[in-house]
Design a protein around this ligand. Structure first.
Ligand SMILES: [Zn+2]
Length: 342
């Protein structure tokens, strides 16, 4: 990036109320057919415009064309039966009714490539596209076919790699894989999770990122966070191996979390997307609060590798709050840019 402290969101933004009911996850679409196709594109354009007005450097689609960051990708794969549902415990935290893997999984058609081309056409800024990571995908499904989390993760990694290569060809500058599961299943992450992530990113010439967080600001996650004690050291488990991985950027939760800032030193050499916006509260940060988090992070990451971001997606927030937080992120990064230039 030419600009210092390039800003971006972790991924999702709230959808307009005419497209889907706001402030909930898995919100059903309010339109159908051609109207839905057009509605998603209009929402994507608005998300891009909000980011432009807020001075966000690396533009995303706000995940306006998907219902959920994992489910929508999986819906487009064969081998998964969405009628056959089982209740599983997601990330050891909350029960959800999920679809079942009933046969060999494959990707008959590209999933997000047309959407990415549409985003590419909206802006000359660098663009980022998010995909679920292999381990987070298997954790959001019931597997009645492979009966092995690792085997299924490798299959998803191959599928994600096909999608990622086509997203790169569509002009995406950064492909980000979301792996909140890395903060829960440390042993599996180290045994094969990071390896499957690298498989998903194999051969890409664009930049790659992995987003590891403590989840959306929904009750199941905030309740879980209360059980984690005063210091959250989960990143300590996977950062040493991620530091050695081929992934370029690590996206992590920071502002208002109990993550000790010095854990960032474990990924020295990587670019770091620092969450400087708390997505679990409606209180909008001031630019100065954002700047303060970034200044603290600068103790552990070089300025040319610091990418200010949000702790996680903002899908469950109101549009007004999310927009305020976007503005604060843009303005807070600008404060620190000025300081670094002085
Ligand atoms: Zn997240």
């Amino acid at each position: 990036m030419k600009i210092l402290l390039p800003t971006s969101t972790a991924g999702s933004l709230p959808k307009p109320s005419w497209l889907a009911q706001p402030e909930i996850l898995w919100s059903p679409w309010k339109l159908e057919g051609e109207e839905l196709v057009g509605g998603k594109q209009d929402a994507l354009r608005l998300a891009v415009e909000d980011q432009r007005q807020a001075g966000i450097t690396i533009v995303g689609d706000g995940e306006q064309t998907r219902q959920h960051f994992v489910t929508t990708f999986v819906e487009h794969l064969s081998g998964v039966d969405f009628e056959k549902r089982e209740t599983v415990r997601i990330r050891n935290r909350y029960d959800a009714s999920v679809p079942t893997v009933v046969g060999a999984v494959s990707r008959p058609n590209p999933v997000f490539v047309e959407d990415a081309k549409f985003l590419r056409a909206q802006t000359d800024q660098p663009i980022k596209w998010t995909l679920p990571g292999p381990m987070t995908m298997i954790d959001t499904l019931y597997d009645a076919h492979y009966k092995s989390r690792e085997k299924l993760a490798w299959e998803f990694a191959k599928i994600l790699n096909q999608e990622a290569r086509e997203l790169e060809a569509a002009g995406v500058d950064i492909i980000q894989f979301d792996e909140p599961a890395f903060n829960v299943f440390f042993d599996e992450a180290n045994d094969w999770g990071i390896a499957t992530l690298e498989k998903a990113a194999e051969g890409l010439k664009c930049e790659t990122a992995v987003h590891i967080c403590y989840g959306y600001g929904i009750k199941a996650n905030t309740d879980w966070k209360k059980t984690l004690g005063s210091e959250w050291r989960q990143y300590e488990e996977t950062f040493p191996n991620l530091q050695k991985s081929r992934i370029d950027i690590i996206s992590l939760e920071c502002h208002h979390s109990h993550v000790p800032m010095d854990l960032i030193a474990l990924i020295r050499g990587k670019k770091v997307m620092i969450g400087a916006i708390d997505v679990a509260t409606d209180t909008v940060e001031t630019p100065e609060e954002v700047a303060d988090t970034l200044r603290k992070a600068l103790q552990f990451v070089d300025a040319d590798k610091l990418y200010p971001s949000t702790n996680c997606g903002m899908a469950p927030l109101s549009r007004r709050v999310a927009r305020g937080k976007l503005d604060a992120l843009g303005a807070g990064a600008e404060i620190v840019r000025q300081e670094l230039a002085a």
